[in-house]
Design a protein around this ligand. Structure first.
Ligand SMILES: Cc1cc2nc3c(=O)[nH]c(=O)nc-3n(C[C@H](O)[C@H](O)[C@H](O)COP(=O)(O)OP(=O)(O)OC[C@H]3O[C@@H](n4cnc5c(N)ncnc54)[C@H](O)[C@@H]3O)c2cc1C
Length: 308
């Protein structure tokens, strides 16, 4: 009987794994979960996914990836996985029904943390972003803000400073948590300005064409509330990997990311693999997630062949 691979997640990692597993001759079932298509559904223009000479829409790219996976023979279930049993020798995945697999690939991604403002949701993809590498290029020569005080926020600000006229780093405290070496680079960047003790009260903009035009800020020391013209805002207050389901079974790092053997997608359980943002706290790009999905599928194939 043919071997069966289960994939949890329908972002670039899961769908690429689906393409490779199905093409590799395995019976492949993919669970799409709460957001079929993954994080790229939250954005508009994608300019850095190879293969397209003009920007493409995130949802369009994911529709195409899904259609490609299906045409290769990957079966997609629009269901969330609510529990797993990896005690083996085969693996159980419980969604609307229970399924048994010879190998499982986890590609449940990560979620950016947001401020929780209604205006933030309204302008997401239209001047509000959580990824400087993804969207910084749209703000060349413009003024942007970055919210946060950790290493990720400083890295985002440093990246944006290469493209933008001015970068305003908004931090609610009076000291950064970022690594010292990053803080030193920040100090050497003439177009990065830190606004200490500041919070965002509201993101303001226009509806047609939809875009951010300013922020309503509050200085927590003086309590002054004022408006600052700005073209874009990057929220860099962290990410959380979607690993709650695996907390008791897989080795996770202190931030909750699945730990894989260096240079592979093997987790601590033979036959269970992880790919994409759920195991990658560093790169967090669609193309790296897709690459890791490919690696996980090839690793799973090698694992299953070695068992025969
Ligand atoms: C606003 C925004 C803009 C971005 N722009 C770009 C860009 O321009 N270029 C770029 O390269 N990258 C961009 N990124 C980053 C990119 O989207 C991610 O790196 C990529 O989507 C990660 O892919 P993934 O497959 O690992 O996870 P995700 O895309 O996060 O997909 C996770 C999948 O897991 C599923 N899932 C979760 N829990 C369960 C469960 N219990 N059961 C079943 N399924 C489950 C979800 O439904 C989803 O389908 C952007 C991200 C954001 C948030």
């Amino acid at each position: 009987m043919g071997k069966k691979i289960g994939i949890i997640g329908a972002g670039p990692a899961g769908l690429t794994a689906g393409i490779y597993c199905a093409r590799g001759g395995f019976e492949t079932v993919l669970f799409a979960g709460p957001q079929p298509g993954g994080q790229l559904l939250l954005t508009t223009d994608v300019e850095n996914y190879p293969g397209f000479s003009t920007p493409i829409q995130g949802p369009f790219l994911m529709e195409q990836m899904e259609a490609q996976a299906v045409s290769c023979g990957c079966q997609i279930k629009y269901e969330s996985v609510h529990s797993v049993d990896f005690s083996g020798p085969s693996f159980q995945v419980h969604a609307q029904e229970s399924h048994v697999f010879d190998a499982v690939i986890i590609a449940t991604g990560a979620s950016s943390k947001w401020l929780g403002l209604e205006s933030e949701t309204f302008f997401r993809g239209f001047g509000v972003s959580a990824c400087a590498v993804c969207d910084g290029g749209f703000f060349k020569g413009k003024d942007v803000a970055v919210v946060g005080g950790g290493s990720a926020a400083v890295e985002e600000a440093l990246y944006l400073a290469r493209h933008c006229k001015n970068v305003f780093l908004l931090h609610r405290r009076d000291a950064l948590r970022a690594e010292k070496v990053l803080q030193q680079r920040l100090e050497r960047s003439p177009n990065i300005h830190i606004l200490w003790n500041h919070i965002v009260k509201e993101i303001l903009g226009q509806e047609k064409p939809k875009k951010v035009t300013s922020l309503r800020l509050q200085n927590l020391l003086t309590e002054e509330v004022y408006q600052k013209p700005i073209d874009g805002i990057f929220i860099a207050i962290g990410h959380h990997p979607n690993t709650e389901l695996f907390r008791d079974t897989l080795t996770l790092d202190p931030a909750g990311y699945i730990v894989c053997e260096k240079g592979t997608c093997f987790t601590n359980i033979p036959g269970v693999f992880a790919a994409g943002d759920v195991m990658d706290p560093h790169y967090r790009q669609a193309v790296t997630a897709a690459g890791l999905g490919c690696m996980a599928a090839l690793d799973a194939g090698i694992f299953l062949e070695s068992k025969e």
